[in-house]
Design a protein around this ligand. Structure first.
Ligand code: GLN
Length: 393
């Protein structure tokens, strides 16, 4: 067999998505890969049913159907605080995943350095390898996941072309404050670099925190590529609808990358999701209320069974500390991945091993999510409550 590319040998499949497959195999409650187990809004589903008969069913415009882009531009203009031109400043992609990949391929040459905060969403590692970029990791230090701005400046001095900012952050739930983003933004401008933001959890930011778009800060639109998705906001992760917003020159490049990677995101789904993009503000307020309640309910549940955890400022992820279990003789030598596999098989709950998000050697955390119906959370907590009994056996 001829050799495969070196590129493809440098990374593994996604551990997040692998955990879903293992979870399904054992019929566990899947709190690993983040997606809801409840329905998308009825208006979107009703439109989808209509679209099934009325179309469109053929290729959309490669960089996104016109009405979809127009609706996106209207919605995100509010968040970014300036007009967005749907013709020149948006590309619609197959999910936030393609948006990030297209952003990296548009701005990076092989060997370019890109800063990534650690912990990071695991896709960024593969994005860097596939685009030829070399990551410089900037630690986010618990418990508040603060970072040292000097390290960011150091990275730019080493020639970093861009900094990737997941805000709110998957997996640690950090919400970057306006002050932090301003400070990073000043460096981005000073060193004439890019900020690539992943804002897919923009509507899951819990009070008193609030979401700031990097692109909304003074002078930052020209330096920011905002990657986003409809997956979490409208509970349609399987529809794979994402987008990039940025200055014209960057979007021109990203359009070409996207054109040859995937041609376009599904036309009928863009049509049906447009109704969601046109929802009034009350939709996002209710969504946040729902997730605020779920967060409290889930964290109370974890407390009730004595599991130690962080309190996310945003997203629907929680990091749970499993050190007390790993210290037991029966788990001697276990990695966090092996512990997660044990949990799926013996506890019936799937989590993502924390090590897949950290550059540092971190083996004592697992990531769970709470985008679940109340009854699913109840059952998951009941099962998690049995860990302490089970580990004695
Ligand atoms: N963002 C989700 C997570 O971290 C998964 C997204 C995906 O698998 N494409 O679980």
């Amino acid at each position: 067999m001829p050799q495969l590319s070196t590129r493809v040998q440098k990374f593994t499949d996604s551990v997040i998505r692998r955990m879903t497959r293992i979870s399904d195999e054992y019929g566990a409650i899947n709190l690993s890969q983040g997606f809801p187990d409840f329905d998308p809004p009825k208006e979107i589903l009703d439109t989808l049913a209509k679209v099934a008969y009325e179309g469109p069913h053929q290729y959309p415009i490669t960089f996104g159907a016109e009405n979809f882009r127009e609706a996106l531009a209207r919605k995100q203009a509010k968040a970014i605080g300036r007009e967005i031109d749907p013709e020149t400043q948006i590309v619609v992609t197959c999910g936030g995943t393609e948006a990030m990949m297209a952003a990296m391929m548009t701005i990076c040459n092989p060997g370019d350095k890109v800063m990534v905060f650690s912990p990071f969403y695991e896709n960024y590692g593969a994005d860097a390898i596939l685009s030829g970029a070399e990551p410089i990791y900037i630690p986010l230090v618990p418990p508040n996941y603060d970072f040292d701005l000097n390290l960011v400046e150091e990275g730019f001095k080493q020639g970093a072309k861009a900094i990737i900012i997941c805000n709110p952050s998957n997996p640690c739930g950090k919400v970057f404050s306006e002050e932090e983003l301003t400070a990073i933004g000043e460096l981005v401008k000073k060193y004439d670099a890019f900020a690539v933001t992943d804002e897919v959890y923009e509507h899951m930011v819990y009070a008193p925190n609030h979401h700031t778009c990097m692109a909304s800060l003074p002078g930052m639109f020209e330096h920011t590529i905002t990657c986003n998705s409809l997956s979490k906001t409208y509970s349609i992760t399987g529809w794979r609808l994402g987008y990039l917003i940025g200055p014209e020159e960057v979007i021109e490049g990203a359009k070409k990358v996207h054109d040859f990677l995937t041609v376009g995101a599904a036309a009928p789904l863009q049509e049906a999701a447009t109704v969601g993009l046109n929802f009034p503000d009350s939709y996002y307020e209710e969504l946040l209320e729902t997730y605020t309640e779920k967060r409290q309910y889930f964290l109370d549940g974890l407390d009730s069974v004595g599991l130690k955890h962080n309190v996310p400022q945003g997203t629907y992820f929680v990091l749970v500390d499993i050190q007390e279990f790993l210290d037991l003789p029966r788990f001697a030598g276990y990695t966090d991945l092996e512990f997660c596999e044990w949990m799926i098989k013996n506890v019936g709950v799937a989590a993502v091993p924390g090590s897949s998000f950290f550059k540092e050697d971190v083996n004592h955390l697992i990531r769970l999510h709470f985008a679940r119906k109340k009854e699913t959370i109840d059952e998951a907590i009941k099962r998690l409550g049995k860990i302490k009994e089970l580990v004695k056996c």
